[in-house]
Structure formats: structure tokens, C-alpha cells
Design a protein around this ligand. Sequence first.
Ligand SMILES: NC(=O)c1ccc[n+]([C@@H]2O[C@H](COP(=O)([O-])OP(=O)(O)OC[C@H]3O[C@@H](n4cnc5c(N)ncnc54)[C@H](OP(=O)(O)O)[C@@H]3O)[C@@H](O)[C@H]2O)c1
Length: 228
Amino acid sequence: MSDTNKTPRVALLTGGSRGIGAAIRNELEARAIRVVAPSSNDLNLASPASIESYFSGPGKRPFDVLVNNAGINVLNAIDAIDTATWEQMVQIDLTAPLRLIQHVVPAMQAKRYGRIVNISSIFSLVTRERRGAYSAVKSGLNGLTRTAAVEFGPHGILVNAVCPGYVATELTTKNNSPQELSRIADTIPLRRLAEPLEIARLVAFLCSEENSYLTGQTVAVDGGLLCV
Ligand SMILES: NC(=O)c1ccc[n+]([C@@H]2O[C@H](COP(=O)([O-])OP(=O)(O)OC[C@H]3O[C@@H](n4cnc5c(N)ncnc54)[C@H](OP(=O)(O)O)[C@@H]3O)[C@@H](O)[C@H]2O)c1
């Protein structure tokens, strides 16, 4: 399905190289939304200087859609979280999405149209051991999402967070052993992990003109995990 606009909408997508981001890229393109997905070399979210430099060059163009998808999840018990890891996670998972929103919103306001989706996590809503930093930054992202929806709603900009459960990507296999994943799958009502496409379909809807009234929400896509 494609948006009906004559000029194609243009989306800025982070973390489009693999995993959930690669699936989002495909789904947006299937809706005739043009996707700009800079590599982490061209837009390194760990580096405030790289963000500023990107938006004074290729990122200067107006975007209709922003998907803050890139993220990292370094596992540590709370008493073992060191300052460097904490600051890196805050920078990539929380500060960078804020900065990107600040850069893209003026053009959206001028057009009176925008769609922003922040990829959060079910660990923003519940948690488990060694997710202290991840839970903190993703919960922060939900709060940022809600405030952005309130501030930018009058300008026609809709802002939502999508909270995936366990998705079959490199991030998940890095952080969970096969035995752990099998045990986790048994606790999910649908009895399996999500495929990236199953997250991407919702993101593409939220990024499209079809979504005309859903804003400020944090939507869990978790196979029912949060119900049990
Ligand atoms: N997988 C899950 O089960 C799951 C569950 C809940 C939420 N999420 C969230 O979903 C999002 C995508 O996760 P995923 O599983 O698809 O992750 P992934 O397979 O590890 O891919 C991460 C993506 O983020 C990019 N990235 C990492 N650090 C970056 C940086 N400093 N600057 C720019 N880009 C950077 C990577 O780029 P490179 O290829 O250049 O490294 C890659 O494209 C994340 O926000 C994650 O927290 C995932």
C-alpha cells in the first residue's frame, strides 16, 4: 500500500543496516516512502560531533518521517554499571534520538506534517536482571515520546514509541544463550520470538498518512508477553 501524496515522503532511519531497522526500511519503501538510512560511519550516534556534522551536510534536507531505531543494550548488574557504559547508552539510546528530533522537527513544522517513531523496548515497561541501564534509557525514550507528541501535535506531527518484545536479531542472540531463548519462547503466549518484519509493519503504519490520530503512545509488540 502506498501513501497517496504526489511527492514521495522522505524518511530518516537510523540503524537501517540490519535487524529491525533493515525490515523497517523495506516496509517503508513498500509504502512508497523514500528512506535515507545513513550508516553508523556517516551518522555515528555515539558522537555528538558526528550528529552535528551530519545535519550540516546530508541531513540538512527536510524529512517527513523520522525513525529512531538504532540502539545498543550492554548488560550489567546495577552494581557493575561503569560510567563509560552508562554514558554511552544514554548517548546512543536517549540523547541521540532527542537531537535527531530537534533537527528534523523545524521542517516538519513548516510543512505541518510529520511522523516520528522511537523504537523503545518492553524493558521500558517491565524489566529483568542486568537491564538497569537499558530500562532507564528506554523508559526515558517513552517519556520523550509523550512530551514530543504533546508539543508537536498542534503542528501535525505524530510521535509514538514501539516497544518490541524478543525479536530474532543479532542483539538478541548476543544477549541471550540459545537455552535462554528457548526458555523465554516458552513463556511467550505465541510461543516464539518476533521476526523483524512483525515489528516493521507496525512502524510503517505509524509512519504513514494512514495513521492520522494515534500519537503519544507506547505500543508493545511482544506476542502477548506482558500479559502473563
Ligand atoms: N532485538 C530485540 O529483541 C529488541 C527488543 C526490543 C527493542 N529492540 C530495539 O530495537 C532497535 C533495533 O534493535 P536490533 O535488534 O535490530 O539491533 P541490532 O541488530 O543490534 O542492530 C542495531 C543497529 O543500530 C546501529 N547502531 C548501533 N550503534 C550505533 C551508533 N553508534 N550509531 C549509529 N548506528 C548505530 C547498528 O549499526 P551498525 O550495523 O553500523 O553497527 C545497527 O544498524 C534498538 O533500539 C533495540 O534497543 C530490540
